[in-house]
Design a protein around this ligand. Structure first.
Ligand code: ASP
Length: 342
């Protein structure tokens, strides 16, 4: 049977081309995608395109955008074999992480991609990113199931698990990195899947469940030498704040000043959640490794292990939206749900 792919264009650099008169970059009409990228006709798949209106720079992404995107994926889920989401690179890792927690029981590929140079430019990286993403989204295994059954980011020949990815380069074509989890596939002359790294649904045919109640009463706080007491107290006393993602040093260590530890402990004792993630690019939090990590455990922090900040934040949004009781969220945040923790 002919495979069907839905392309969802949300905005970002990839969907722009130069206006021949003004020379300015403008989003092009994605319904005409095959006119812009005639190579797509060679696939022999049905490729439908749908565009957000208005399209946005991904710096403007917010939870309402995620709810809209998740709704589109759900509404079209039964009619397509795979989905390619064209998205700006700036917040792509946040959006891919959010989708991985908002779409429960996902069994089909949702592949985010974009580009550093617009698709209408000669040296664009957008064409390869788009064409390979479509091929990956349409790929099937020997039993005819989707080869990929999760939310991914495809960029510069590498397919990553979305909630493991961060944007780390503002300039290079290789803009994304997944430091704590291997690529799911490498695209060269052949597409080489890393079979043991791919998510396999335990059973197939379950209904896709959407989690769209997002509670954003969360802060991200990065510690640094010289961080001041008023700053920390101001953040922790934010009205309605339920959780904090604390970016600590190394394997989860922090300053040991009594005012700092006291402020954290007061927040957790009052029922707030503080998730300890590392500001390092790679590696994991282990609050048992150093005395300066153990003090955080004593202050009531929960361990984010090797979760990215993007994953920890969006997972909190979804869990807090699901559960009014912070105790349940604190327990669940440490348990992997979409392959976001090693
Ligand atoms: N600012 C753009 C965006 O994220 C950058 C890009 O698309 O690469 O939408």
């Amino acid at each position: 049977m002919e495979r069907k792919i839905l392309l969802i264009y949300t905005g970002g650099t990839i969907g722009m081309k130069q206006d021949p008169e003004t020379l300015l970059l403008k989003p092009f009409d994605f319904h005409q995608i095959t006119r812009e990228v005639p190579e797509l006709k060679k696939f022999g798949y049905v490729i439908d395109a749908l565009s957000f209106d208005p399209v946005i720079d991904s710096s403007d992404v917010n939870p309402a955008f995620w709810v809209k995107l998740a709704g589109i994926l759900k509404a079209n889920y039964d009619f397509y074999d795979g989905f390619v989401v064209l998205h700006g690179t700036d917040t792509m890792a946040y959006s891919a992480s959010a989708m991985s927690f908002m779409l429960e029981n996902l069994e089909k590929p949702v592949i985010f991609t974009g580009s550093q140079l617009p698709i209408g430019m000669l040296r664009t990286d957008g064409k390869e990113n788009l064409i390979s993403s479509i091929e990956l989204a349409a790929a099937q295994d020997a039993e005819g199931h989707p080869h990929i059954s999760e939310v991914c980011i495809y960029f510069d020949s590498q397919l990553f698990r979305g909630n493991r990815t961060t944007k780390y380069n503002a300039e290079n074509f290789r803009a994304f990195r997944s430091a704590n989890y291997p690529p799911l596939a490498e695209v060269g002359i052949h597409i080489r899947y890393n079979e043991s790294a791919l998510y396999r649904p335990p059973v197939r045919g379950r209904d896709l469940v959407l989690h769209t109640a997002l509670d954003t009463h969360v802060a991200v706080l990065k510690i640094f030498p010289g961080i001041s007491e008023p700053l920390v107290r101001a953040i922790l006393s934010t009205e309605g704040l339920r959780a904090v993602v604390l970016e600590t040093y190394g394997s989860g260590n922090s300053l040991s000043d009594p005012w700092f530890l006291g402020a954290l402990a007061a927040f957790t004792q009052a029922g707030g959640i503080i998730v300890n993630v590392t500001q390092c690019q790679a590696g994991t939090v282990d609050m048992g490794a150093y005395a300066n990590g153990d003090i955080l455990r004593q202050a009531g922090l929960v361990c984010g292990r090797d979760m990215t900040t993007e994953a920890a934040l969006t997972k909190l949004f979804v869990l807090l939206g699901q559960y009014a009781d912070n105790k349940i969220v604190a327990e669940k945040i440490e348990i992997g749900v979409s392959g976001e923790i090693s």
